[in-house]
Design a protein around this ligand. Structure first.
Ligand code: HEM
Length: 430
């Protein structure tokens, strides 16, 4: 918990009894139990955001999906729909407290995730062409090849027969896939990975150094690619911009590139890590998967529900007064959708705590909110699921006797609100 106690937000913890702050150590250490208890208090519960602003936690499956479908809740904290209150929005206050220079804020606020219709519709249409089911299926052989190569080299990284899967497989696989897709040169990828770590660290010093460097670098990359277009996504975005300059501003282009690179690997890496740890600590479920690899797609749905890496969405803001499951939400109020408590809601699942790889019927769409829901539903869900299927399938094919290299109690999680990630996953390959 050292990163937490040194965080500039630590001082807010416990300041409002009965209104838990997302930074509270108990919620970070055991989000399943902590948010589970809040869910049983009610579908809409008062809480606090990192910067101490009041927020409403929405905790149950049906209500979470209801808010995510309701366009009266907006994502852009500076939306004109919020009127004069916009400056008070928690996300804006947070950016200020993180020391992000004013002129750089547009790069965060202009992202697809922080935008609402019609901007969101325009941005989403531009990139979704690269993420159709067909395009992702075409990528599969390449994803498998990358996985095979990384797994074959795992023993080179082993010490006394033990190797860290997070370091040598869970990160390199998705970062290679997304960088190839977007068109990030191989030589730059270690730098992107380091920036990703700085951005999620919540440490103002690291953020305020890395963020401007990353923005400059991305502008430069776009300038270079403009002179030599290829068939990567970056070139496609440049072409779309050239066809009709109004479709994508320079800021939006830069923001889109880093949003895709980070969303594409900082999450998927931890689906691979969390999912592998879950399988190795549930021998009955592992046996099912080994006996029937065709179970993989259903298994990934369940691993996303049971140990998906994203526990909360971005904040939403009420653009008018709204009655939410009997709770009056005032215009301008911030709402935090708690995916982890929704995914374990006993009103929706029988025996929710049980990991059951056969829970999701064959061929059936996923039955969880680990990728969100509604118009901001994860753009990369099909890709992430495919990477999960390849990662788990190939790991067990290469190393059928793989086992945890430490006691399950020794697995350490990063102390981050809203995110469920292992610092390392030490495995014994055989
Ligand atoms: C949105 C989770 C992988 C790109 C989201 C949201 C969630 C999520 C929960 C919705 C957030 C909200 O509504 O506030 C995950 C998880 C992943 C994953 C758990 C891996 C296991 C990926 C990948 C990409 C990606 C591989 C790469 C393309 C995006 C984008 C959005 C998004 C661009 C914003 C979509 C929009 O605003 O319309 N993701 N994601 N994600 N994700 Fe993912």
């Amino acid at each position: 918990m050292s990163a937490l106690s040194s965080s500039p937000f630590a001082e807010h913890i416990g300041k409002h009894p009965g209104e838990p702050n997302v930074m509270e150590p108990a919620l970070i250490k055991d989000p399943f139990g902590g948010y589970g208890a809040l869910r049983e208090q009610g579908p809409v519960v008062r809480g606090r955001f990192m910067d101490d602003s009041p927020v409403w936690f929405v905790t149950r499956f049906e209500e979470v999906r209801q808010v995510l479908r309701d366009q009266r809740f907006v994502n852009n904290p500076a939306s004109p729909l919020l009127g004069s209150q916009a400056e008070e929005m928690p996300m804006l206050r947070l950016l200020e407290q993180m020391g992000l220079p004013e002129h750089l804020r547009v790069y965060l606020l202009g992202s697809i995730l922080n935008s609402d219709a019609p901007d969101h519709t325009r941005l989403r249409r531009l990139v979704s062409r690269a993420f159709t089911a067909r395009k992702i299926t075409d990528l599969r052989p390449r994803v498998e090849q990358i996985a095979d190569e990384l797994l074959a080299r795992l023993p080179e990284h082993a010490e006394d027969g033990i190797v860290d899967l997070i370091q040598h497989f869970a990160y390199p696989l998705p970062i290679t896939v997304i960088c190839e897709l977007v068109g990030i040169p191989e030589a730059d990828r270690p730098q992107w990975r380091a920036w990703g770590a700085d951005l999620v660290s919540l440490e103002p010093d690291r953020l305020s150094t890395s963020f401007p460097a990353m923005i400059d670098h991305t502008h430069e990359l776009i300038r270079e690619r403009r002179g030599a277009l290829t068939d990567d996504l970056l070139s496609e975005l440049i072409r779309a911009q050239d066809d009709d300059g109004s479709r994508l501003s320079d800021v939006e282009m830069v923001t889109m590139v880093f949003a895709l690179v980070f969303a594409g690997h900082e999450t998927t890496a931890h689906l691979i890590g969390n999912g592998t740890a879950a399988l190795l600590t549930h021998p009955d479920q592992l046996r099912l998967l080994k006996d029937d690899p065709a179970l993989l797609p259903r298994a990934v749905h369940e691993l996303m529900r049971w140990c998906g890496p994203v526990h909360m969405t971005q904040l939403r803001y009420a653009s008018e007064d709204i009655d939410l499951a009997g709770t009056p939400i005032r215009k301008g109020d911030a709402v935090q959708l708690i995916l982890v408590s929704a995914n374990f809601d006993p009103r929706h699942y029988s025996d929710p705590d049980r990991l059951d790889l056969t829970r999701h019927p064959a061929g059936h769409a996923e039955n969880h909110v680990g990728f969100g829901h509604g118009m901001h539903y994860c753009l990369g869900a099909t890709l992430a699921r495919q990477e999960g299927e390849v990662a788990f399938g190939k790991l067990l094919a290469h190393y059928p006797d793989v086992a945890l290299g430490v006691e399950p109690e020794a697995l350490e999680r990063a102390p981050m609100p809203g995110s469920w990630r292992l610092n390392s996953l030490l495995l014994r390959l055989a």
